[in-house]
Structure formats: structure tokens, C-alpha cells
Design a protein around this ligand. Structure first.
Ligand code: 13P
Ligand code: SF4
Length: 366
């Protein structure tokens, strides 16, 4: 029988913003170093301000291993991030996701049975175990990271994808990259892989919709996945900003389409976007192609610069937005009552295999 937590969630929605803020402060203070709050850059401001440590996926993965004194790692981000925190943290630490509905729609586009089926089908054309390195973007389930660990593969994030793909090519001549086709294509392109040697694997079609000839020729086999938030940016958005704001610089996340990324001045992870804009001189103009909360935060932080969102349509990550101050408060106050809500626990065998792939990635210095 599932036990009701001592602190209920629903009544917290009746509190006003100031009361919630005060109670989060109090709970954080009382928990002290027993609890560390990690915050991804896409978190809404009302939550982000309570993060002890912030970063992109790679930085947060590393940070999850560093606060050894914290019994609880409260992850204000999405499900796969909390899974990574669970796998990389010590046994006595518990990773917590304040709202279990905070997933990642891109991560959901590849599941273990479909990837295993792709591996098996590809295996009918080429010897996958000696010729293909599987790479999973960190935005994926722990089971896919475990698959990579088991098959000589590796994990990558948006900040180290180029180095990781180089590593993959040093091992085997081809790579199967999932779930984000755009990060895979942008990375292959940056390494000089011709576009006709990067093919799309459609998981719902026999042999991924590819011919034997296409598979034999391909260097990068891209899973047919994408991020709906980053899909909205178009090359026309870049052209429009350049026309209307002479001298503007464009920075985009590599989950955006290749046509957008090749027109941009800079491409990088959320942390890298933040750094390049922060390091620019006062008066700089930027149009940024990534999630709205990060762009908005940079805009408020640097009024001496002109910062725009690279689209006329505002698009937020609805799953990141699931983490609201009420869920954070609910999580912390239950911890104070000795009750852990929403612990993320990856099974031991999966953890062991996934850690192999994660550790291969962490060993690569960017
Ligand atoms: P970063 O690793 O760049 O923070 O990206 C995570 C993400 O989900 C982007 O959509
Ligand atoms: Fe996933 Fe896209 Fe949201 Fe990032 S922005 S967490 S890739 S849905």
C-alpha cells in the first residue's frame, strides 16, 4: 500500500507566492547540507532561484557526484537528469524529482525495444558489434544508456557531442546516434561528415526505411527524434534578425535544425550559450535559439545588452515547467518530516551498464 506523504500537495496551491517562497527558504535552511538542489537552466525563475547549483546537463551530471555530504539531491529538471544523478551519486544519496510528470518528449522518442530492434536489423546488413558505436544523447532513459554501455557505446551531451563522436569513430567506423537527429547531424556536420553519409533511421519502418546500400554507405545513422521546443527556430528567423538588427549575433542550441545552426555565429549547450553572452561586451546584441526561460533570464541579468528570443513564437519546455514552487516546497517539507517523495531509483544492473557509458563520456575532457 502506498503511504500518503505527511505534507499534502494540493493545499500548497492555496498559499500566495510570498508564503511559498518563505516556506521554501525555511525548509532549505532547516535541511542545510543534508539536501542539495540542482537546477537546470530551463527552470522557471521562481524555482531556479532556490537552486544551490545550476548548469547544463554535463555540468549537473558532474555536480551530482560532488556534494558527498548531501543525503538528498533534489533535481529541478527532467526525469533523465534525475536518473543520471541517481546513477552517479553515492549509494547513501537519494535523487528526487519534485514532479514525476517532468519528462522529456524527445527522450520518449526512443525506447529500448525499438533500439534493440534497430541494432538487430542493422546486424543483418553489417557486423554492428565491430563496425557501429552506439551513442545516446543524455536526454534518454537509463535503459538506453545501459544499452550503450553493453555494446561498446557512450553517452554524450550537447556540450561534448563533438569530442564524443570523435571518440566513437576512433572505436568503430560508423555510429548509431539516438534519440536526437539534430544534435547527431549538427555534430557529424561539424566533423566534416557529408550529408549523404548521414541517414535517418525511422523506427516504425522495416529496416528503418533504409536500403542496404544506404546503410553500407552511412557513417552516421540518426534516430528519427527531435525536440519540439528547438524545432520552432527557422533559418528565416536568423535572416530576419540580421536584417532588422545589423551587428546582431546569433547563438543556438544544437538541438536546432542544421539549416539554423549553420547560419548562427555560435552553437552550444545551455551553459555555453550563457557564457558566450555573459562574456560579450556591453552593447552587444544577441538573438538566442533555446528555451524561453533561459533567454528571458539572460535578458534580465544583462540590461546593458540587447537580448532577443530567436522566434516570434514563444515556446517553452512544458515538462521542465512542471516543476513549480509548490512541488519543490512539498518535496522539502516532506523531507523534513522524514519522508522521501518521488525518489528516482535506477535498478542496479541497469545502473552498472549505464555507468560504463557515462564514465566513458566523463573521461573525455572537453
Ligand atoms: P543542455 O545540456 O544544453 O543543458 O541541454 C539539455 C536540454 O534538454 C536541452 O533541450
Ligand atoms: Fe527535452 Fe526539448 Fe525539453 Fe530539452 S527542451 S528537456 S530536449 S523537450
Amino acid at each position: 500500500m502506498i503511504q500518503d506523504p505527511p505534507v499534502a500537495l494540493e493545499p500548497l496551491y492555496e498559499l500566495d507566492d510570498d508564503a511559498i517562497e518563505q516556506r521554501i527558504h525555511n525548509a532549505k535552511e532547516r535541511l542545510g547540507s543534508r539536501c542539495v538542489i540542482l537546477g537546470h537552466h530551463y527552470q522557471r525563475e521562481e524555482v531556479y532561484r532556490f537552486a544551490d547549483l545550476t548548469g547544463d546537463s554535463l555540468k549537473l551530471s558532474r555536480l551530482a557526484t560532488e556534494r558527498k555530504e548531501a543525503e538528498y539531491i533534489v533535481f529541478c529538471g527532467v526525469h533523465f537528469m534525475a536518473e543520471v544523478a541517481d546513477m552517479l551519486s553515492a549509494r547513501n544519496q537519494t535523487a528526487i524529482l519534485p514532479d514525476m510528470a517532468a519528462g522529456c518528449s524527445m527522450a520518449d522518442m526512443a525506447d529500448l525495444p525499438s533500439v534493440e530492434s534497430a541494432w538487430e536489423q542493422l546486424g543483418k546488413v553489417i557486423d554492428v558489434e565491430t563496425r557501429v558505436t552506439p551513442i545516446t544523447y543524455v536526454n534518454s532513459t537509463a535503459s538506453l544508456k545501459a544499452f550503450c554501455g553493453e555494446h561498446g557505446g557512450i553517452v554524450c551531451t550537447s556540450s561534448n557531442a563533438k569530442k564524443v563522436m570523435e571518440w566513437a569513430f576512433e572505436q568503430r567506423e560508423k555510429t548509431l546516434f539516438f534519440p536526437d537527429q539534430h544534435l547527431g547531424r549538427n555534430t557529424g556536420h561539424s566533423l566534416g561528415v557529408p550529408l549523404d553519409e548521414m541517414v535517418i533511421w525511422k523506427p516504425t519502418e522495416p529496416m528503418g526505411g533504409l536500403t542496404e546500400e544506404q546503410i553500407n554507405k552511412a557513417k552516421v545513422i540518426l534516430w528519427d527524434g527531435f525536440c519540439s521546443v528547438h524545432q520552432i527556430f527557422t533559418p528565416e528567423d536568423v535572416d530576419l534578425f540580421r536584417e532588422r538588427k545589423p551587428g546582431i549575433q546569433i547563438s543556438v542550441h544544437p538541438e536546432s535544425r542544421l539549416e539554423v545552426c549553420i547560419k548562427a555565429d555560435h552553437m552550444g549547450s545551455t551553459e555555453q550559450i550563457q557564457s558566450v553572452v555573459r562574456d560579450s561586451p556591453p552593447g552587444s546584441k544577441w538573438a538566442i535559439g533555446t528555451e524561453f526561460n533561459l533567454v528571458n533570464r539572460l535578458k534580465h541579468e544583462m540590461p546593458e545588452k540587447e537580448i532577443h528570443f530567436l522566434s516570434t513564437t514563444v515556446c517553452m519546455c512544458s515538462t521542465m515547467f512542471r516543476i513549480d514552487p509548490q512541488h519543490l516546497l512539498w518535496t522539502l517539507e516532506n523531507l523534513l518530516e522524514g519522508h522521501v517523495v518521488n525518489a528516482i531509483t535506477v535498478p542496479p544492473r541497469e545502473t552498472e551498464l549505464a555507468k560504463t557509458a557515462l564514465e566513458r563520456m566523463l573521461a573525455i575532457v572537453v
